[in-house]
Design a protein around this ligand. Structure first.
Ligand code: GUN
Length: 294
């Protein structure tokens, strides 16, 4: 039987519609316009595309959008100066510094300088810690989007075996933490995991976030599992054109899983939708007004 393909694009559209309505309400009730600033250092082509899409989506949702571009030679103190200015700008409620940063800039120092209240990426250690102990926190957008899709599809996740392949700070670790909060039995697997296929085969929920094209094969998947593929990898196709593939071999997995997110059109669109939702949350918390439910 072929798996249900989880339509992340349609799901993201429904989240964005809700965010747009919430922004309109905040403007009307409190004269509050949520503002998001995105900082791009250098000219990495993939980052430029992300930043352009973020800017466009922010404006479409009725929010203020500020895009700050610095040259790839920018020093750490130049980046920190921009962050300090945005921290004290009352019209900005969310700050996102696009990663990766050039080698001369210390990524952790920059993330640490962002006001945790404006940290819509949820990468600041304060937010990581708050989330880990169950306090209100800004939650990283990609894992948040994955969780929303999983809950929409499966309802109560309690007691399910969840395997997260990948231990990055951006996806793997926060994803595991969110699934634990939902009372899943969580395993974080990574490059040193022994017998990774056997570990994956135990998963009712399999989240792939390793950044290796099509590494997870069909026979690693438990029949009936729900598979969320966070990977976005460029591969040369037979016709010489590049195509996007995930970390899961989709054409094998689709015959085994019960549901699977495609690449593209799965997790990707949800990340931006959650960024907009996080900006609304941050604006409400900063302004001290009631937060909308997402
Ligand atoms: N680079 C790739 N994904 C992300 C993300 O979610 N946030 C930031 N800041 N940079 C990224």
């Amino acid at each position: 039987m072929s798996a249900e393909i989880i339509d992340g694009k349609a799901f993201a559209q429904s989240v964005r519609k809700r965010v747009t309505e919430q922004v309109a309400t905040l403007k009307e009730r409190y004269s509050l316009t949520p503002g998001l600033a995105v900082v791009l250092v250098g000219e990495d082509p993939a980052s430029q595309v992300y930043v352009k899409n973020k800017n466009k989506s922010t404006i479409e949702a009725g929010m203020k959008s500020e895009e700050i571009r610095l040259p790839k030679t920018a020093s750490q103190s130049e980046v920190l100066d921009v962050v300090a200015r945005l921290n004290s700008d009352p019209s900005i409620h969310g700050i996102l510094v696009q990663l990766p940063l050039p080698a001369q800039v210390d990524e952790m120092a920059v993330l640490d300088a962002i006001d945790p209240a404006k940290d819509v990426d949820g990468f600041h250690v304060i937010n990581t810690g708050r989330q880990a102990v169950g306090l209100p926190a800004m939650v990283p957008c990609t894992p948040l989007g994955c969780l929303m899709m999983l809950k929409d599809r499966l309802g109560d996740l309690s007691g399910l075996n969840a395997v997260v392949v990948g231990r990055s700070n951006i996806v793997g670790k926060p994803m595991a933490s969110l699934l634990l909060k939902e009372s899943c039995t969580v395993t974080i697997a990574h490059s040193k995991t022994k017998d990774l296929p056997a570990v994956c085969r135990r998963a009712d929920i399999l989240v792939a976030a390793v950044g290796r094209p099509e590494m997870i094969r069909g026979d690693w998947i438990k029949p009936g599992a729900t598979v969320v593929d966070v990977g976005i990898n460029r591969m040369e196709g037979e016709n010489g054109k590049t195509r996007l593939v995930g970390d899961v071999c989709f054409k094998e997995a689709v015959d085994i899983a019960q549901a699977i997110t495609p690449v593209p059109g799965g997790v990707g669109p949800m990340t931006i939708a959650c960024l907009l939702a996080n900006t609304v949350t941050a604006a409400c918390r900063i302004a001290g007004v009631e937060e909308p439910a997402h």
